[in-house]
Design a protein around this ligand. Sequence first.
Ligand code: S3P
Length: 447
Amino acid sequence: MSASSAPAQPRRFVAKGALTGRIRVPGDKSISHRSIMLGALAVGETRVTGLLEGEDVLATAAAMRAMGATIERQADGDWLVAGVGVGGLLQPAGALDMGNSGTSTRLLLGLVASHAITAAFIGDASLSKRPMGRVITPLGQMGATFTTYPGGRLPLIITGAETPVPITYRLPVASAQVKSAVLLAGLNTPGATTVIEPVPTRDHSERMLRGFGADLSVETDAEGARVISLSGQPELRPQAITVPGDPSSAAFFVVAALIVPGSDLLIENVGLNPTRAALFDVLRLMGGQITEVNQREVGGEPVADLHVRASALHGITVDPAVVPAMVDEFPVLFVAAALAEGRTVTSGLEELRVKESDRITAMRVALTLAGARVEETADGMIIDGSGGRLLAGTGNGAVATHLDHRIAMAMAVAGLASETGVTVDDTRPIATSFPLFERLLADTGAA
Ligand code: S3P
């Protein structure tokens, strides 16, 4: 059941004990979305092992089914995707329900933009507040037309271009979703579609497009920007994909193990693509003991097991250049900083205000309630840590998560380092990205 239709599930998270043993986090959300989408555009059958079975990815799968692909879970847990071929998407009979998922919405708008079909996109209250203008602008230049709610928001209707036009598009915001939307639209566009990326963002789309046999080049221009060019209308070849564990999910367990005294935890199979893994470097700079063992490659992505031990953290100034490589990890970094010795300063976080919630304000309010000393700035947060002492909030009232899975999980972690515990007003959104989060937390002995 999606977060918007079930009753809210408040939950209290309290300190219990150290995190120990070994756990495995679920598949990477970004890679899972892309494996379904590209599998659905290949000719033949793609097998996906380790797909994240979270609500966001299931929304992508449902939409691709509604546009003609056959997508089935096998008894062994693998997923089989039988594609329609580039250019073969069918007009969906009803509205495509994106639930809470911005990635599904923006990437699928890209796919539809170069098919001569009309599709309606709807989503939950959180998604309906998020800006879509950032993809509407380039996709409109390629020939798609849109009718949106005021402010360029969902619900919206897109009609794809009958004769799509290739463009060269320079990203005005560092966004892998916008980059991917344009590249995916380029798949069914004749000629070369080019995206110029001044600041590198996660490169899963590029890696996977190549894996499926698309002709894609990446160069660096005189100013150091990445220039990504895709030749349109390739025949995509079906693949066998193994999805590595999601570093953005591992992040909650890494921080929990660092801040709960006595913890010693092995987190297996964590994707460490350099465009995703900056949190672990930042935590090491703060004194976190995180070592990578059994380094290997899975599905064309670097992977390792992370061995994490409880550590005395100290505050730092986080270089804004690393923001794109840990854009989803700031809520839980703020929690680590709240337990560190001294001051942590973050900046360059404007994009956090347009995620599933305004993550700067939501975390400022939540951490203040939990007893942390934090100050919100226009583009970041300043945190004066407790120096390892348990957070001492009043224990009254529940943290508002605003339908944001990462606020819920970050504050659950804060609860493990709190005298009075932290009550999260609604844990349902966690199922969008990490359905077994609470069970895994219990498995480590921490909750
Ligand atoms: C994602 C890109 C990021 C990230 C999101 C997933 C992706 O969004 O926050 O969780 O899979 O491409 P932006 O492109 O808005 O930065």
